[in-house]
Design a protein around this ligand. Structure first.
Ligand code: NA7
Length: 541
């Protein structure tokens, strides 16, 4: 295959959509192959999630030192995280540091949101078109569009009528926003809402939290990284990444080998207490191995967490409202918090339970529920994202014979390895549906995705192939495997974004298997087997 380089009007070898962590690394790897690459990015700089989500309180729930890229010793040596769980501004600085170091920006076109991508079979090329009419072509198209990048506003009547300040957390303004002396409403209590509420409560005049479904939140226990810690972390990077590599979600935490119901109640309680006192996701990812699979085991940790909420919230009636009743601990994404429950002990904070008094409409003056009109100066929408498939739905992908991806995925995604789609040759979907990266300490899985795709493109070049597409059978088998693996997990029996539910998006009310729940090690093994078997399941042309 002779891949043409991109001269004036010439097609590129590869187009990448998105300059977040996936797109940045993919660009770097493809450059190493000597390919011409163009990255199109909707924002005016790099960073993806960390570029858009500038809301107050935004920070890692992964340990900072497990989150950064692992591929460059130089970056690992030079970059220093200041906290064990870095805040968004620092992570965005990190993205910029990497972009500068690797001189990435010269191949990235910013302020360019892609709205359509079509495969031209005769030419063997993808053509993309941006919202402002720019077009470009390439042999390969790689989506690096992020799993949580399509923010959704609530479909509550009157949203446009509000006369005060209004922000969605996922498109937070670049200028500072002050809460001092203001009456602020926050709608939504997912991982984002929990972080934002805790931070806003520190300076707000009066805060009203509108909660539809409480989540089980656990302490983050963040702290600064002192020089001794810094030295230890730097010396241990290979070991740290090896631990992540072998754990289910590529976190530093992995399940305890024991079952919850195997040990005495005293031992269980002591173990939960220890996990609750430790930083990070240990209580979720490092718990007894059966708590996310077995209902009885799950009941033990849910009971523990229930008691913690009751201990921390002074008003017993408020505490009960904050306790989830429709799902067990860990079956939805666990928000990590730094004083969230104590916010509800403040005199200037009010919790409105939308199960008792649903929102009727947003009015020019605030939020009207069936119980009262809440006059506010600002509404913060922490209402989440059209997860994983949402970013794909926002681009009109057309494959062979003009077939629309949205139609193909009408009943749920169908993919091979969460990386390719039958009928859409030469399209690779980093962190796409059915890919282990959707349930992962994400840069760890991003590196695996990117390295794998890069190796496949290199393989094609060596063999003289110009076209790759999975077989219908390989796609069917992988999709079935995704469904089978997911069924044993309790989270598939609960409504959440991980199951493709979004009450604000038409057609997203039915649970759909959009994530891969088999764990990153198993996924990586499968990807490696496929590569070792001359990319079995793919056809080349
Ligand atoms: P989530 O976890 O999807 O949370 C969205 C929240 O907004 C959740 O509490 C929703 O309640 C609530 N919501 C959504 N629509 C409405 C309406 N119409 N009325 C009232 N409340 C509503 O998104 P996050 O941004 O918090 O987190 C997403 C991920 O980003 C997170 O897991 C991290 O990995 C990063 P519901 O639960 O649907 O009743």
């Amino acid at each position: 295959m002779s891949l043409r380089s991109a001269g004036l009007g010439e097609p590129y070898d590869v187009i990448v959509i998105g300059a977040g962590l996936s797109g940045m690394y993919q660009l770097h790897r493809l450059r190493e192959l000597g390919l011409s690459v163009r990255v199109f990015e909707a924002g005016d700089d790099v960073g993806g999630t960390w570029y858009w989500n500038r809301y107050p309180g935004a920070r890692f729930d992964s340990e900072s030192w497990t989150y950064g890229y692992s591929f460059s010793d130089e970056i690992l040596r030079e970059w220093e995280w200041s906290e064990h769980f870095a805040a968004q501004p620092e992570t965005l600085r990190y993205c910029n540091f990497v972009a500068d170091k690797l001189d990435l920006r010269r191949d990235i076109e910013f302020d360019c949101r892609i709205k359509a991508a079509a495969y031209d079979e005769a030419a063997g090329q993808w053509e993309v078109e941006s919202e402002d009419g720019r077009r470009a072509r390439a042999r390969f198209l790689i989506t690096a569009i992020g799993p949580l990048s399509a923010p959704t506003m609530p479909t509550i009547p009157g949203v446009e009528s509000f006369r005060g300040e209004a922000y969605h957390t996922g498109t937070w303004p670049h200028r500072p926003v002050s809460f001092a002396g203001k009456r602020v409403a926050v709608i939504g209590t997912g991982a984002t809402g929990v972080q934002a509420i805790t931070e806003i409560a520190k300076t707000v005049g009066h805060l009203t939290v509108f909660q539809r479904t409480p989540n089980w939140c656990a302490p983050l226990h963040n702290s600064p990284i002192d020089p001794a810690d810094q030295a230890r972390i730097k010396a241990r990077y290979p070991e740290i990444f090896e631990t992540c590599r072998n754990s289910f979600g590529c976190f530093i935490h992995d399940a305890d080998p024991r079952n919850a119901l195997e040990v005495s109640s005293e031992e269980r309680e002591a173990f939960f207490e220890q996990r609750y006192r430790e930083p990070g996701f240990g209580i979720w990812m490092g718990n007894f191995r059966d708590v996310l699979i077995n209902r009885d085991a799950n009941a033990t940790i849910s009971d523990f967490m229930r008691r913690k909420i009751r201990e921390r919230v002074r008003d017993p009636k408020i505490a009960e409202k904050l306790i989830p009743t429709n799902h067990g601990f860990g079956t939805r994404r666990v928000p990590l918090e730094s004083g969230y429950y104590e916010v509800f002990n403040q005199d200037n904070v009010r919790l409105v339970d939308l199960r008792e008094t649903p929102i009727e409409r947003i009015t020019p003056a605030g939020v009207r529920t069936t119980g009262a009109e809440h006059a506010v100066d600002m509404i913060v929408y922490a209402t989440g994202f059209d997860a994983i498939t949402g970013a794909f739905d926002r681009i009109e992908f057309r494959g062979i014979a003009g077939r629309r991806l949205r139609d193909k995925w009408a009943e749920g995604p169908r993919t091979y390895l969460g990386l390719q789609i039958e009928g859409f040759p030469n399209l690779f979907t980093l962190v796409g549906p059915h890919n282990a990266a959707t349930f992962c300490n994400i840069p760890r899985c991003i590196e695996q995705n990117v390295d794998w795709v890069t190796a496949l493109i290199r393989h094609m070049r060596e063999k003289g192939h110009t076209r790759v597409e999975p077989t219908a059978e390989a796609e069917r088998e992988w999709t079935q495997h995704v469904l089978d693996t997911g069924r044993r997990m309790l989270f598939t029996q609960v409504d959440s974004w991980m199951m493709g539910i979004n009450s604000n998006v038409a057609g997203k009310q039915k649970r759909t298997f959009i994530v891969y729940a088999g764990g990153a090690p198993k996924y990586r093994e499968k990807c490696d087997e496929v590569a070792a078997a001359a990319y079995v399941g793919f056809t080349f042309g």
